[in-house]
Design a binder for this molecule. Structure first.
Ligand SMILES: CC(C)(COP(=O)(O)OP(=O)(O)OC[C@H]1O[C@@H](n2cnc3c(N)ncnc32)[C@H](O)[C@@H]1OP(=O)(O)O)[C@@H](O)C(=O)NCCC(=O)NCCS
Length: 200
């Protein structure tokens, strides 16, 4: 049986946006429906296009809603003094006789970083996954994301393989760009009034 929440109060806080929260414990609990929008917005504030272009492009409402829908037991949030401090979204991939735990998203508010929040979220998630038979953890992150690489290394991850992130702007591509122009012209021919209005 998985406990519903876990609290710890033995970590010395270093940063706090609110002095009242300086000694508040980190509470790790299951994500709830009312957390979905705050978690999404916290992710938006973290996964910015300048720092993490790949995470920025792939982070959207359906990531949070989807994991909440399919893997609620592997979606956790951390609170400090009643404020959302961080979240972790994961899943279990079962293949042959192996169960792999996969961390899809992890984020901690700038206000609460370096206070052990990610560590507590991660530990709680792994405990749950172990109960479900997981014996191997997987994740991927941008090699340029030094904080994440250091965090996961501190949790024991290794065996690093460099991941190559590629992107393609279809509008600028010689062949696909022509298809896009063709589709745009077709839409304008089908509804000229609407297209003209949109372009003004
Ligand atoms: C990566 C991240 C989740 C770490 O969260 P956190 O709550 O600050 O991490 P913790 O306080 O639990 O850190 C534990 C250890 O990880 C390492 N670490 C964490 N952040 C670090 C940083 N910015 N620089 C160097 N080491 C770091 C340290 O070893 C740290 O231990 P220490 O504080 O005793 O030195 C947070 O920086 C974050 O949300 N980043 C933006 C989103 C992101 O990149 N998510 C991961 C990819 S989905």
């Amino acid at each position: 049986m998985v406990p519903n929440s876990d609290s710890t109060d033995n970590h010395e806080p270093t940063i706090s946006p609110n002095p009242a929260n300086a000694s508040a414990p980190v509470i790790v609990r299951n994500i709830e429906i009312d957390d979905l929008a705050p978690v999404f917005h916290l992710g938006e504030s973290l996964f910015t296009s300048d720092l993490y272009p790949y995470l920025y492009r792939t982070w959207e409402e359906w990531e949070v809603i989807g994991f909440y829908n399919t893997d609620p037991e592997y979606c956790l949030v951390a609170e400090i003094g009643g404020q959302l401090a961080g979240f972790i979204l994961g899943t279990v991939i079962s293949k042959a006789s192996w169960n792999y735990g996969y961390i899809a998203w992890l984020g901690v508010s700038h206000d609460f970083q370096r206070r052990g929040v990610a560590g507590k979220l991660f530990d709680k998630l792994v405990e749950r996954m172990i109960e479900e038979g997981v014996r191997f953890m997987l994740l991927d992150t941008d090699p340029a994301n030094a904080a994440a690489v250091k965090f996961f290394t501190s949790k024991g991850f290794g065996n690093t393989r460099q991941h190559v992130y590629l992107s393609l702007n279809l509008s600028k591509h010689e062949y696909y760009g022509r298809i896009i122009s063709y589709e745009r012209d077709k839409a304008e021919r089908a509804n000229p009034w609407r297209s003209r209005r949109r372009h003004t």
